[in-house]
Write a protein that binds this ligand. Structure first.
Ligand SMILES: *[C@@H]1O[C@H](CO)[C@@H](O)[C@H](O)[C@H]1NC(C)=O
Ligand SMILES: *[C@@H]1O[C@H](CO)[C@@H](O)[C@H](O)[C@H]1NC(C)=O
Length: 211
């Protein structure tokens, strides 16, 4: 009797966990480079990334759905996600699902629920484009992944793609955008990492492959 009750409770508990156990590959990027001082739009490098690199990159990754946080003026989030995503959506011929916001009024499970729903019908990959300021919350709180703010902070930049499969971060790699990612000619130093990684990045679990 006790064990039955326990099993029912345990079952309920498992059902209530927003665990993202889908096998569809999920690619997560931030908005492309934005100017300093909260000026709107993308920088020239960000524009190049959004228009000349991302559409080609994601054309090779079997994307079947695009999820993006929409601009929210009250919370001041996701201003540059649309200009980052639109060229890729056009190239892939996919709509952009903006039903999940990145503000405090959005249900933490919103993105997970969208992913689960999509995974029921499809084995294709999903592209998520999120505000760079909110990416830590997306990974840690919304998707409930095994990472922490420090990892996300140190690990997530404009020029990366985070791959998530079956509730795990499988890798964080460079977008390898020609001419804008990696080391510019003439700027390499003879001693690698002359200034050393910061204490925080040394303690971070996620190490970034160099572009
Ligand atoms: C899944 O596919 C079925 C049948 O094609 C369709 O009716 C349903 O709307 C689809 N669900 C989603 C979430 O796309
Ligand atoms: C970028 O290049 C690196 C090194 O060749 C590779 O490991 C990585 O997967 C590439 N990134 C993408 C998004 O393909």
């Amino acid at each position: 009797m006790v064990s039955t009750t326990f099993k029912v409770l345990a079952g309920l508990w498992v059902c209530m966990q927003p665990v993202l156990a889908i096998t569809n590959p999920v690619y997560i990027i931030t908005n492309a480079e934005q100017p300093s001082l909260s000026r709107p739009g993308l920088t020239p490098v960000g524009f190049k990334r959004a228009n000349e690199c991302l559409p080609a990159l994601f054309s090779t990754l079997n994307i079947g759905k695009i999820i993006m946080c929409p601009r929210n003026d009250d919370s001041e989030v996701c201003f540059e996600t649309l200009s980052t995503t639109q060229p890729t959506a056009d190239a892939l011929g996919l709509p952009i699902d903006t039903s999940c916001g990145a503000d405090e009024n959005t249900d933490d499970d919103c993105v997970t629920d969208l992913l689960k729903k999509f995974a029921k019908n499809s084995t294709e990959s999903v592209l998520i484009v999120w505000d760079i300021q909110e990416i830590g919350a997306l990974l840690g709180e919304d998707l409930d992944l095994d990472t922490d703010e420090a990892d996300a902070d140190d690990g997530i930049h404009f020029d990366l793609v985070t791959l998530v499969v079956k509730n795990k971060i499988k890798g964080i790699v460079s977008q390898n955008c020609t001419d804008i990612d990696g080391i510019a000619p003439g700027t390499d130093t003879p001693t690698k990492r002359a200034f050393g990684p910061s204490k925080r990045s040394r303690s971070a679990k996620l190490r970034l492959p160099e572009a």
